[in-house]
Design a protein around this ligand. Structure first.
Ligand code: CA
Ligand code: CA
Length: 454
């Protein structure tokens, strides 16, 4: 029997998500020590967006926005306790994988794609390990915490003496390898969600040994950096919280080491998936998109974690490798949003376009990374706080009207807030045009879901 010819354009999609990975990736240049040979190789075979930003700097709203194509300020999904299926504006959303399913794709996922508490079973035909348990468990140290900081939950790090094969992310990669190793009778949308470098930073010891503690480079931090930040921004930074404890317990260097180790661990898992694609029967017909859901602070602005509107928290990884389209090793510095992935994949696979999506297709930039692009990337953190990132500027406006403005041409660490200087009035006005017109009321919160489960 001769297989039916595949309609032109119906490429397979390999959709890889990495949790909590900031720009500490070799090809993005965010940290001098980090070693990510597999992510670098992926960037070298496609197009790396060097100025990509999340819709929200925390898991649930970032992923909900990416997968529904709707902004946090349109749905009211702002924090980690608000399922998008309970918010009126997104209750009946047709998610990205659902749209592929209606077009005849085989749509399967594994690991962390949606926020852990809110899997969306209607988005998938199959899930690994299961629709209810979306993430395989990880081995844990016998005694916690390893870092000696009391009462901080999963804000902990240290090496594990286990083989890679006991790690949840290894199992997700192994499942994806099986999917990629065989032919399918329909085009597929395969979503592979990795959990590290999300906390806790427990990964096998060999990854810690890649980064000897005494040689680790700490982020460059200005001790009085928050002095020119408005009160709401200072509250987001919480310098008396994590940062004080990390210093008090002498853990800064160890934390950076552990984050780097966790990145190299997940990089290895990405490499295993790409190897299976390359050695399998699908490589000619499969496009790859790889993204991380937001950035991460490790002391910059005396802040840790995400939960803020500065560069470290909003900047993320975004790579497209599309056979026959993206030029190997190309880079694009135009500001783009994770919300642009949905309409872009629709175009790349020649699916019917969907109205109402709030991102835009990146096709012009995939074809020509230097194409004109006047659109900045907007990030929202909790109701009424937004940042607008253009190629040169970052403008932040908090819900009380207070502002920050940074000039990335002269201040890439965002140390000098220019918002109060009169000569920048016009710049601020131009950027403010992109602020969402309305801030939807907070969506319903699920009882019993902890905000700490981030
Ligand atoms: Ca995350
Ligand atoms: Ca400052």
């Amino acid at each position: 029997m001769v297989a039916a010819a595949r309609p032109a354009g119906r490429r397979n999609v390999l959709f890889i998500a990495i949790d909590d990975l900031n720009d500490w990736v070799g090809c993005l240049g965010g940290h001098p020590d980090v070693r990510t040979p597999n992510l670098d190789r992926l960037a070298a075979r496609g197009l790396l967006f060097t100025n990509a930003h999340c819709a929200a700097p925390l898991c649930n709203p970032s992923r909900a926005a990416l997968m529904t194509g709707l902004r946090p300020s349109s749905t009211g999904v702002y924090d980690n306790r608000q399922p998008f299926r309970k918010a009126a504006p997104s209750r009946d959303a047709i998610t990205l994988p659902q749209h592929f399913m209606t077009q005849g794709y085989r749509v399967v996922g594994g690991g962390k794609i949606y926020h852990g508490s809110f899997p969306d079973p209607v988005s998938w035909q199959e899930y690994f390990p299961s629709q209810q348990q979306t993430k395989p468990p990880d081995p844990m140290p016998r005694q916690r915490p390893l870092n000696g900081i009391p009462d901080t939950g999963h804000f902990d790090w240290g090496p594990l003496d286990v083989p890679d094969s006991e790690m949840g992310d290894w199992k997700v990669a192994e499942w994806a390898r099986r999917e990629l190793g065989r032919k399918h009778d329909r085009p597929f949308f395969l979503a592979v969600g990795f959990f590290r470098p999300h906390l806790p930073w427990y990964v096998p010891r060999k990854y810690f040994e890649m980064y000897p503690e005494e040689k680790v480079t700490l982020p460059l931090v200005k001790d009085d950096d928050l002095d020119d930040v408005p009160p709401i921004g200072r509250r987001f930074a919480r310098p008396e919280g994590d940062h004080r404890k990390v210093i008090q317990y002498g853990q800064w260097r160890k934390a950076v080491q552990a984050y780097l180790a966790s990145i190299s661990f997940v990089d290895t898992q990405v490499g295993r998936v790409l190897e299976a694609l390359d050695e399998g029967p699908n490589v000619q017909d499969t496009l790859i998109v790889l993204w991380s859901d937001h950035g991460w602070h490790l002391g910059e602005k005396l802040h840790w974690r995400k939960f803020a509107l500065w560069e470290e928290a909003t900047h993320n990884v975004l790579i497209f490798a599309v056979p026959g389209l993206t030029r190997p090793g190309s880079r694009c510095s135009r500001p783009v949003s994770l919300m642009d992935i949905y309409p872009t994949l629709v175009d790349l696979c020649e699916l019917p376009r969907r109205s109402g999506l709030e991102g835009v297709s990146l096709m012009p930039l995939l074809r020509n990374p230097a194409a004109a692009w006047d659109r900045p990337a907007v990030t929202t953190y909790l109701r009424g706080n937004h940042s607008v990132r253009s190629e040169r500027w970052r403008y932040i406006r908090y819900r009380d009207g207070t502002e920050e403005l940074y000039d990335h041409l002269n201040d890439e660490l965002e140390w000098h807030n220019l918002a109060d200087k009169s000569e920048y009035h016009t710049i601020k006005q131009e950027l403010a045009r992109w602020l969402p017109a309305a801030d939807a009321a907070d969506g319903p919160r699920e009882e019993g879901v902890s905000e700490a489960e981030d």
